[in-house]
Design a protein around this ligand. Structure first.
Ligand SMILES: C[S@@+](CC[C@H](N)C(=O)[O-])C[C@H]1O[C@@H](n2cnc3c(N)ncnc32)[C@H](O)[C@@H]1O
Ligand SMILES: [Zn+2]
Length: 253
């Protein structure tokens, strides 16, 4: 399928040195003071990086919604984002497009990785189908997501697969307001709005990718990946180096 604007891997400015890239982005974000602790625990995240090394040791990857940091090997990962700013953070993305309209050809990537993004998406099945389109056969999807019970989403109801299928069949758009009332009642009015979204008013919370439309645990995400015909090869309910997070890895068969 040809997208509105096509990119190719020939012109993508891959980093020559993975380590230096992390050093520079960390220094830019926090300065030297926080360097040692953040570099090891937040930036490098050995457990999570180890998963990439285990399931996708070679080949070019795509990160969706990279935000201000990445755990991906930057020498072989295209860092993309839908927004150049998210909350109060500037994105380190090098190419910008929405994750449900990826301007690369079918079967370009060996892996697609995304952290804390799918919950911001109004139509997750549409998004996942697009990731699968650009993924090579036997390629992997790494989905790191906030666990409902370990974040500010804890008062909300878990999103069912039936709900997601209905969002897909109704072709729900990225700025859908269907979950706005629930977000306002269960997060903002309970005083749980995260600091980095506090300046964003009710009228803008959907159009800026800030709202969590949906809420999950690893169980529902494994079910969702099977539904879109990925083979689930790993489920970890608690990511050791990002403790509010679970991870599910799916393989394109
Ligand atoms: C909570 S931040 C997570 C950033 C980073 N991945 C992390 O784990 O810290 C959500 C990210 O999703 C991106 N995003 C939101 N909606 C998107 C969309 N439709 N397509 C691509 N990226 C999107 C935002 O720009 C932002 O970078
Ligand atoms: Zn929905």
């Amino acid at each position: 399928m040809i997208r509105k604007q096509e990119y190719d891997l020939e012109t993508y400015p891959f980093e020559p040195n993975d380590f230096l890239f992390y050093f520079r982005s960390l220094y830019h974000d926090r300065g030297l003071k926080a360097f040692y602790q953040l570099f090891n625990r937040t930036r490098r995240r050995p457990y999570s990086r180890g998963l990439i090394a285990r399931f996708a040791p070679t080949g070019i990857g795509l990160e969706i919604g990279v935000g201000a940091r990445t755990i991906c090997p930057t020498t072989r990962t295209v860092l993309s984002d839908g927004y150049s700013e998210h909350g109060v953070a500037n994105s380190i993305g090098k190419v910008f497009f929405m994750g449900d309209e990826i301007p690369y050809k079918d079967e370009t990537f060996s892996f697609v990785l995304s952290e804390h993004v799918l919950e911001h998406i109004a139509n997750p099945i549409k998004m996942l189908k697009e990731w699968i389109r650009v993924l090579k056969k036997n390629g992997h999807v790494f989905l790191f997501l906030p666990h409902k019970e370990r974040t500010f989403d804890r008062f909300r109801k878990i999103t069912t697969l039936e709900h997601l299928i209905s969002d897909y069949e109704n072709d729900i758009s990225f700025d859908d307001q269907g979950h706005l009332k629930e977000w306002w009642q269960d997060i903002v009015e309970k005083g749980l709005m995260p600091d980095h979204y506090k300046h964003i008013g009710k009228q803008d919370v959907t159009g800026t990718g800030s709202i969590h439309h949906h809420v999950w645990t690893e169980k529902e995400i494994a079910e969702l990946l099977e539904y879109v015909e990925l083979k689930v090869v790993l489920i970890d309910p608690k990511v050791h180096d990002r403790r509010d997070t679970f991870v599910v890895v799916g393989r394109k068969i």
